[in-house]
Write a protein that binds this ligand. Structure first.
Ligand SMILES: [Zn+2]
Length: 83
């Protein structure tokens, strides 16, 4: 069952990794997806479920998998840097 783990060349996953199609809470297929760029330059996708109204921010990690970001992270990365 050994599975070779090959890091993606260049570190960045290529385009074509689709965001999740179903709500992680109710598995509903009716999602609103909105690509956003946070203040610190992080690309995220805001996902809102039209069935259970769950809201989630997801981002692609280095392995090319979608990860859910906690709201605290979103707030921190959206904040303007203090001068
Ligand atoms: Zn849902």
């Amino acid at each position: 069952m050994a599975r070779a783990s090959v890091p993606p060349p260049g570190g960045l996953p290529g385009p074509g990794v689709p965001p999740p199609e179903r709500c992680s809470s109710c598995s509903g297929p009716d999602l609103t997806r909105l690509p956003l760029v946070l203040t610190d330059g992080t690309d995220v996708t805001f996902v809102s479920c039209n069935r259970c109204e769950r809201r989630e921010w997801i981002t692609l990690d280095d392995a090319g998998a979608w990860q859910s970001l906690p709201i605290d992270t979103i707030i921190q990365r959206s904040a303007r840097k203090p001068r």
